[in-house]
Each structure stands twice: as C-alpha cells, then as structure tokens.
Write a protein of this length. Structure first.
Length: 342
C-alpha cells in the first residue's frame, strides 16, 4: 500500500487556510444592533485570540476554537500540530487551558478511519502534555480532512493579556522563529529537505505554555500569538488596537534554519500575498525577503510579547536565556505607517 500524504487531499495547509484579513473584516461586519454583555471582557471587536467571560469571583473563562487542513503528511503529527495551535490561543491570553473538544472533518470515502484515529491520538498526546483532557468533540464527513480543537481555559482577571493594551515604548519579543509556512509549502511541492521539515515540525509542535507565566507579569502589557496573518498582520492588530506604531529591526527577527534556500527559489504560500494585499498601505520599509517572511502565514507560531522597556533586563534574564533578542519596539502612532521595517 502506497504511503498516504495528507497534504495532497486539501487545497490549503494549516493556518495558511485562513481567510485574508481584509476579506474577514467584510465577513464580520454587521448592521445588526450589537448586544451588550457586561461580563464579556473580550469579544471579536478587538480581533483578539480568544473570547473571555468574567465570572462573579473575579476569575475568567477563556473560550476559543481553531481548526485547519493538514499542514504535514503524517496523520499523528497533523493532530499534534493542530492541537498545539488551538491551545495556544489560551496561552496567548495569559491563561491556563482546562479542557478541549475535538473538531474533525474527514473524507471517509477517500481516507481510512485508521488515519483519523491517528490524528486524534496526536491530539491526545498534546492534551496530556498540556495537562488537560480531550473530553469529547464532533465529527462530520467532509470533502477534505480538517482537524482542530475547541479549548476552554481559565485566567485571573488581573493576569488577562490582550492584544490591544500595548504602550508606546514597549519592547517586542517573538518566542518562535518565522518561516514554517514556507517550509511546509516546499514540502507540499516535494522540494523540502527532510531535516528542514523536521525542524519546522519541531517548532510547530512546541506548546506556548510560557504564555501562562507571562500572564502573571504586570510589565507584559500585551500579547498575541502569530498565526495565519503572519507576524506583520498580527503586529498591525496590536498596533491599531493599542493606537501605537511599531519599528521592527528585521535583522533580529528569528527565522527557521535554512530558510534562505527556499526564499531564493521564491517558494511561499499563496496566502503570503493575500496577507500583504490586506495591509501593504500600512507598512514602510518592506523588502523582497522581509515581505515573504513577515507575511508568511504561521501555523502554531510563537507569542508576540510587548514588554515595558524598564523591565527588559529582568524579562530577558528570567525567560529568554540569551537566546532571543528584542525584534523591535512600539512608538507613538505615526501618520504615515503602522509598521516601519529597518
């Protein structure tokens, strides 16, 4: 029996399946009167990572869902990555995951049930690592394979992190390298080296559990995770929500190993250009390489963290261990751009 390659059964891959930001804005727009819920601290108005509902005791419930088509060919690994990606939304709010429900769409006439079971086993392994149960879920017969989780988490209100509370002067950090969209696109085209795919899988399989620790720090002013809109898109959401601009030092932005060999061949996901078209008028200083990396749709990407500049040394000594450096800073809102790249 020939090896099944899951990526050949879907038109998209991972968070590259996301609808482009400009298109999503149109979909979410509504003329209907908005219902007000005093306990709903975070809804979809701020384009944040998850919804947050305040309980009477001062704690909060975090609720999120995320799912996509295969980003890798192996079923077990697909389940792992999709699960890490979904749980990340809770960590990005400074929270602690509590339980998860599976979301499975499977083309039962094309792909075996054994493969679907392997996807779920990948999810079970990740949920175990996160210390939560995979408590149930829902499945449908669909034209393409789809998997993800609906995740519930908790956070003390004082530890809640949002993507629209950053301040001018904040230092920016990114906890994972960029470029997995480029590597996985190369894999789908049969052009990726095995070691490079293995490194991309390692990055995508790493839980963003450190976000729970970041949530306890008052000098972390804002936080989000970097996924389908690329670093540039999610940074713009932070800036516009917080009414600031950003200056990025491109040379300090971490990239996955050996990325240059793929960039030189102009290998990139389709959504890279759709991302760029959504916010090209908000950016100055973009280059031919930085466009492909900063707009690269990330699947299970890292946390973008906004730190009070007066606590830079403490933050780096406690968490970064000299590995990661600041990738830029936030400044007062500029009339000519949201993000400037040097």
């Amino acid at each position: 029996m020939s090896e099944i390659k899951l990526t050949q059964y879907s038109h998209g891959a991972g968070c590259g399946c996301k609808i482009a930001p400009a298109v999503l804005d149109k979909i979410l727009h509504s003329e209907l009167p908005k219902a007000n819920f005093a306990a709903l601290l975070v809804g979809n108005e701020s384009k944040d990572d998850a919804a947050v509902y305040e309980l009477p005791d001062g704690n909060c419930i975090i609720s999120t869902t995320d799912f996509f088509m295969p980003i890798v060919d192996d079923a077990f690994t697909f389940g792992k990555i999709a699960s890490v990606n979904a749980i990340s939304d809770v960590y990005a709010m400074g929270g602690k995951p509590m339980m998860a429900l599976a979301i499975l769409g499977w083309p039962v006439e094309k792909l075996s049930t054994e493969l679907a079971q392997q996807v779920l086993d990948g999810a079970r392994e990740v949920c175990k690592a996160a210390g939560i149960p995979l408590a149930g879920g829902h499945s449908i017969d669909s034209p393409e394979p789809i998997f993800g989780l609906a995740v519930t988490g908790t956070v003390e209100k004082k530890n809640l992190k949002r993507n629209n509370t950053a301040k001018a002067g904040d230092i920016l950090y990114l906890t994972k390298p960029l470029g997995v969209g480029i590597i996985t696109t190369a894999q789908k085209r049969g052009l990726a080296e095995a070691d490079d795919v293995a490194e991309a899988v390692r990055v995508m399989s790493e839980l963003n559990a450190i976000g729970e620790e970041f949530g306890k720090l008052s000098y972390v002013h804002a936080m989000t995770d970097v996924t389908g809109f690329g670093l540039l898109g999610h940074l713009i959401e932070v800036c516009e929500g917080s009414k600031v601009s950003a200056e990025l030092d491109y040379q300090q932005i971490p990239l996955v190993k050996n990325l240059q060999s793929y960039l030189s061949k102009f290998i990139y996901p389709d959504n890279t250009m759709r991302n760029w078209q959504s916010y090209e008028k908000k950016v100055i200083g973009i280059g031919s390489e930085s466009l492909l990396t900063l707009c690269d749709p990330q699947t299970s990407g890292g946390l973008l963290v906004c730190i009070d500049k007066h606590h830079q040394e403490e933050f780096e000594s406690k968490f970064m261990s000299g590995i990661l450096k600041p990738i830029g800073k936030l400044v007062s809102s500029k009339p000519d751009s949201v993000v400037e790249i040097s």
